[in-house]
Design a protein around this ligand. Structure first.
Ligand code: MN
Length: 293
């Protein structure tokens, strides 16, 4: 093994020093966390995820044999946000995402996904299929009175026609939820695979379900780190027990070949509550799985 040891990896995601995304995939941090309903602090996640990603640079992916060093990835730094202003921040995020072909976003809270979907929907010209890994449905019509906080992302995305609910699958769901929110989500045509469903079916059957729901449509992957059990991802804002193990999420992502993904995000990492970097490493690893698929 030659080259730079992992601890001396340059500070970009996966050690990437290229900053021009032309012709490839752009990685960007989006340090927004003012729409969180419980613990805040995901603003610190992009830095933590980049730092943890150093563990993934010293070889090829052992399933696909893709070496991230050979991928056309640029780390374009962090998006600008408007301090303390959710609507202005969402507008800024959409504007910055609108010029990027293929974005891998490191949140930030889940609220960043709405403007990312608005920008991508515009570029693609049709509603997107959605693979949404989360403990929460995030289809609440509001969050304690705030319309654009992190629990309402997919309520807006469905109502704005950004995603096709019949091509939307939510995986790992398990939080307390109002019955009417659950019923509304199903009535739109969304497929929900609860965490308990996941454990009973296993990764291969869930992956087959994802491919069936998504079909050939252009798709987006939104990965809320709280889909993982707090034992595997303690550093998050709204933890829920009974979640996926890290390996189960990996086993799912590795079986999604053929899905036409046009972008992804990994959100809700909260470094101040993390332990031994395990949540940031899980987040970095999910983005690496996506990039090396
Ligand atoms: Mn969540």
């Amino acid at each position: 093994m030659a080259g730079t040891p992992t601890f001396a990896t340059p500070p970009g995601f996966l050690g990437v020093q290229r900053r021009d995304p032309a012709g490839g995939i752009a990685v960007a941090g989006i340090p927004l966390d003012i729409g969180t309903t419980n613990r805040a602090g995901a603003r610190d996640a992009p830095r933590a995820i980049r730092a943890a990603s150093r563990m993934l640079v010293d070889g090829a992916h052992p399933g696909s044999w893709v070496d991230p060093a050979t991928l056309p990835i640029a780390d374009i730094g962090d998006f600008a946000i408007a301090l303390g202003d959710i609507p202005a921040s969402l507008a800024l995020i959409e504007q910055q995402a609108s010029v990027i072909d293929h974005l891998v976003a490191l949140g930030g809270e889940h609220g960043i996904t709405l403007p990312l979907l608005r920008a991508l929907r515009q570029r693609v010209g049709a509603p997107l299929a959605l693979v949404h890994c989360d403990a929460h449905v995030d289809t609440w019509p509001d969050n304690f009175g705030q319309a654009y906080a992190h629990g309402s992302v997919f309520w807006h995305a469905i109502r704005e026609g950004l995603v096709d609910p019949r091509r939307t699958i939510q995986i790992g769901i398990r939080s307390p939820v109002q019955r009417e929110v659950w019923d509304w989500t199903l009535a739109q045509g969304v497929t929900i695979v609860t965490a308990q469903d996941f454990f009973e079916l296993g990764p291969p059957a869930v992956a087959a379900k994802v491919r069936e729901v998504v079909g050939a449509a252009p798709a987006y992957l939104s990965f809320d780190i709280d889909v993982l059990d707090p034992a595997f991802a303690p550093g998050t804002g709204t933890p829920e027990i009974g979640g996926l193990a890290s390996w189960q999420a990996q086993a799912l992502l590795r079986r999604l070949d053929g899905v036409d993904f046009r972008g992804m995000d990994v959100v809700e990492v909260l470094p101040a509550h993390d332990v031994a970097e395990i949540t940031a490493l899980a987040a970095a690893t999910m983005a690496w799985e996506y990039l090396c698929r």
